[in-house]
Design a binder for this molecule. Structure first.
Ligand code: ADP
Length: 718
């Protein structure tokens, strides 16, 4: 079926956009989706492989909805993907469709977003917008759920499930388009969504899957490929693909393995670089090196210079972006990634090599990845129009392992996906929000609402009421819910906690700290942030233990609770304190490089840690305000210091655009304490922070934060 003959009169300008992208004829699963009522507003679940054109299915449904006067929401599982989808849909601006992206703080309504036709947001963000009463949610007519199989994830699944249930309850006529990888039970998920189902294993490029052992790849179709002997397995696989003009994506199980694998492979890729490649990767490496002195970053630059790269969460977003761009443009020949990033990394390659098929799980140790995840990785092999075929290869070390990998993964079927909703810790936050936002007013009301979840579809007849009633009891004890003439209502504290989008247990710990009799110091408050379930605390190596213990003893009077006696809890306390210490050093202006090497972290880890801490510090400030706690002033200063990574005296300066923690310190030490002072001596300021920054800064002193007065003099003389 040609897109122009799909039965819906899309504007010619839209068809032209598609033609320019090589899209004229619909792929078979897309045609099936249309036959299943996609363009008649029917709900649809498309469970089809990677690269089979899911995005176009979603796009056509959204555009139709908008052309008929509606508004669409595209829910992504990861923030990084939001930017990617936003960029992709922004191409629709030439047909008059505007696209917004919601990435801001959690406790705001983002009313401005409502002006857009398509809004891209993560699920957590959508949930928080509903909790905060964003009015445009009521105008939605089409919602896309990208990677809906993630409902199976214990960390992200429950929020997705509850958000969908809320949207269904609020908007009975909403069209839901859900996109999923191939799973074992798509019918169940479709039933939950009341959706027509399209299942297909069609792919635009042939995919061959196999297992590598002793220099030979055996594919599932019985064919074999002998590689050049002698070389290390990954290097020989990479060499065979790159020498024929392809690129490789390798999955390793740990960051360290990914880094050392990229280094080894780089000697292979280096030999394949053309002059143009060399020039391009050289520029990328220089760009990476110019950003930081951290060892990890230097290692990355060294690999990139030779045509290979590693990619994991320890890297900063800017470094990851350079690597992704370099790979897409074909100059970087091989990227080695950890599986945690697998589903956020949309980098198709001719060959996907899966060396690390095990992953560390805090509860079970090293475990093999699910078949579903393997299929997702393998599915990235073969770029439409660019590769004649795709190959996915698992690497084995023995005959037994090779047989295991062939049976389990290559010939294996993906798992069922199941709801992960029924745990107290997950329900705590969601039940509070249901009552605070008026979705339910009683235990029965909550149970009734839950009928809209996948959990209830899968556990027919089983009653959640026992867990729900116990959670309601806990929330009452925490002072967040109360019963008034037989009706459950959220207290002002409960309302606030729901809007702040933190775990009620986190809020409970913060309240306990704010109400305690100790005189809080920055350590007290930063430690309480680190003691909440919303913070992922840092691992403490055995060589660090004594040092952290000594610190705990030295600062014993500053903690809002005494260190616990029980050993598991004590270890958790030690982790909390180590994490708090890293954050305090960040706020005390310890350079990023020093933090990275002292604590063996990457810049990306620090960024993620600081971001979570800032969000929690904001929640602490808001709770302190609500409770009229004495610590309100200190909490608010900590929130700002956390954001910028500075001591208090630099706050007026870092609020200026273009002034980070390092420049602000230089200016302060030279005697400039306020934005006003800067404007009075432009030449000197230029000498300290460089002419270009000074010019930008002084020409239109633009304040990032609130409450800072612009200076009197402009820098016309410059
Ligand atoms: P998925 O989301 O299923 O992994 P995408 O939607 O990203 O896959 O599609 C993969 C690629 O195929 C994209 O580059 C897209 O532009 C292209 N594509 C999608 N549909 C068609 C089509 N009908 N004809 C040609 N190319 C298509």
């Amino acid at each position: 079926m040609r897109i122009a003959e799909c039965g819906y009169a899309f504007p010619e300008a839209l068809l032209e956009i598609y033609r320019s992208r090589g899209i004229v004829e619909l792929y078979p699963p897309q045609e099936e989706a249309i036959n299943a009522g996609l363009l008649e507003g029917k709900n649809l679940l498309a469970a089809i492989p990677t690269a089979s054109g899911k995005t176009l299915i979603a796009e056509l449904a959204m555009v139709r909805s908008i052309l008929e006067g509606g508004k669409a929401l595209y829910i992504v599982p990861l923030r990084a993907l939001a930017a990617e989808k936003h960029a992709e849909f922004s191409k629709l601006s030439s047909v008059g469709i505007s696209v917004g992206i919601s990435t801001g703080d959690f406790d705001v309504r983002d009313e401005g977003l409502g002006e857009h036709d398509i809004i891209v947001a993560t699920c957590e963000k959508v949930d928080s917008l509903i909790r905060n009463g964003a009015s445009w949610i009521g105008e939605l007519t089409c919602v896309v759920l990208d990677e809906v199989h993630l409902i199976d994830s214990p960390t992200r699944g429950p929020t997705l499930e509850m958000t969908v249930a809320k949207l269904k309850a609020m908007l009975p006529h909403l069209q839901i388009v859900a996109l999923s990888a191939t799973v074992a039970n798509p019918e169940e998920v479709a039933r939950w969504l009341d959706a027509n189902l399209v299942v297909s294993d069609w792919r635009p490029v042939l995919l061959r899957e196999g297992v590598f052992l002793d220099g030979v790849v055996e594919f599932s179709d019985g064919t074999m490929r002998q590689l050049k002997g002698g070389a290390e397995p990954i290097s020989s696989l990479v060499e065979s693909t790159v020498s024929e003009g392809g690129q490789c994506l390798v999955f390793e199980s740990t960051r360290q393995n990914a880094e050392s694998c990229a280094k080894r492979v780089a000697s292979t890729t280096q030999r394949t670089l053309s002059e143009e490649d060399e020039q391009a990767v050289g520029e990328m490496a220089d760009q990476i090196e110019s950003t930081s002195d951290v060892l990890l970053v230097r290692k990355l630059a060294a690999c990139v210079r030779r045509g290979a790269a590693f990619h994991h969460a320890g890297l900063d977003a800017q470094h990851r972006a350079i690597v992704e761009r370099g790979f897409r443009s074909g100059h970087i020949k091989c990227v080695v990634s950890t599986p945690t990033l697998a589903f956020g990394l949309n980098l198709p390659a001719r060959m996907v090599i899966i060396r690390g098929y095990r992953r560390y799980d805090p509860a079970y140790g090293s475990i093999p990845i699910p078949v579903l995840e393997y299929k997702q990785m393998a599915g990235r092999a073969g770029r439409p129009f660019l590769d004649p075929y795709g190959e996915a290869v698992l690497v084995a070390k023995s005959q037994d392992e090779a047989a295991y990998l062939m049976e389990t993964y290559v010939r294996g079927e993906p798992e069922r996906i199941t709801s992960k909703l029924a745990s107290e810790s997950v329900l705590r936050s969601h039940i509070l929000s249901l009552i605070a936002s008026g979705f339910a007013k009683s235990l029965d009301g909550v149970v009734e609402f839950m009928r809209g979840t996948l959990y209830m579809c899968q556990q027919e007849g089983f009653s959640l009421s026992f867990v729900i009633s116990s959670v309601i009891g806990v929330l009452e004890q925490m002072g967040m819910l109360t019963e008034e003439s037989g009706v459950l209502v959220a207290t002002p504290l409960g309302e606030k906690v729901s809007r702040l989008y933190i775990d009620p247990l986190s809020a409970h710990r913060m309240v306990r700290c704010l109400m305690s009799s100790i005189e809080p110091t920055p350590l007290t408050l930063v430690h309480v942030l680190c003691s909440t379930p919303d913070m992922r605390t840092l691992y403490v190596r055995s060589s660090e233990f004594d040092d952290v213990e000594a610190y705990i003893e030295e600062h014993a009077h500053e903690f809002y609770r005494i260190p616990p006696m029980e050993s598991g809890e004590y270890d958790a306390f030690v982790r909390e304190v180590k994490t708090a210490r890293v954050l305090l050093e960040w706020m005390d202006e310890v350079p990023e490089d020093a933090l990275c090497s002292r604590y063996r972290m990457g810049p990306g880890d620090i960024r993620a840690l600081v971001e979570t801490a800032r969000w929690l510090a904001h929640a602490l400030t808001e709770l302190a305000r609500l409770l009229h706690a004495d610590a309100h002033g200190l909490a608010s200063v900590i929130e700002k210091r956390m954001q910028y990574g500075v001591r208090q005296e630099l706050l007026p300066l870092v609020r200026l655009k273009g002034i980070g923690r390092v420049r602000a310190r230089r200016l302060y030490d030279a005697g400039y304490r306020t934005p006003d002072a800067l404007a009075h001596n432009p030449e000197e300021v230029a000498r300290i922070i460089g002419e270009r920054t000074a010019k930008k800064l002084l020409l239109g002193i633009d304040v990032k934060g609130e409450g800072v007065q612009p200076p009197q003099r402009k820098l016309g003389e410059f």
